[in-house]
Write a protein that binds this ligand. Structure first.
Ligand code: NI
Length: 163
């Protein structure tokens, strides 16, 4: 168990499509332990492998009472719309309003490689979509209009320079 360093924008690994998880072994379980540790340490509700520098389709989350590991995740379907504040540990948690599906169905493999489907709504559905985006090399700022995206990046860089 260990807290890993969080990869931050604009490191290239955050912008590429992850490779599939193929080995469901003890190493994967240990990696997910580290990812949970890293996420809790940063007060996050979700963390994807690219956020610790790994080009892998994998995320962990503990959001709104829903705790899970998702390997090779895909959003099967969404329903409705929700507009709400979103942030990302890789962009200094600078918030911005992002429109997402109000409900989402996630399909993924668990630590044993068993496929499952999970429905969620609200915050947890937002988390499904945000973390699956990470696995596709997409950040939440990529879903913002250019002006708002630039504002988030500017504020992130400014706050980073204070540290
Ligand atoms: Ni994120």
């Amino acid at each position: 168990m260990a807290v890993r360093k969080i990869t931050e924008y604009p490191e290239p690994v955050l912008g590429i499509v992850g490779k599939p998880v193929e080995n469901f072994d003890a190493d994967l379980a240990a990696l997910c332990d580290d990812m949970f540790d890293t996420m809790y340490d940063a007060d996050g509700v979700g963390l994807a492998a690219p956020q610790i520098g790994l080009n892998l389709r994998l995320f962990v989350m503990d959001c709104d009472g829903l705790k899970l590991v998702a390997a090779n995740p895909e959003i099967v379907s969404t329903e409705g719309e929700q507009s709400g504040q979103e942030g990302c540990l890789s962009v200094g948690k600078v918030p911005a309003v992002v429109v997402r599906g109000a409900k989402a169905r996630l399909r993924a493999q668990d630590l044993n490689g068993v496929w499952f489907e999970q429905d969620a709504e609200g915050y947890a559905a937002r988390c499904f979509q945000h973390e699956t985006d990470h696995c596709d090399g997409r950040l939440f700022i990529d879903r913002l209009p250019k002006l708002r995206r630039d504002m988030v990046v500017k504020r992130f860089k400014k706050e980073k320079s204070w540290k």
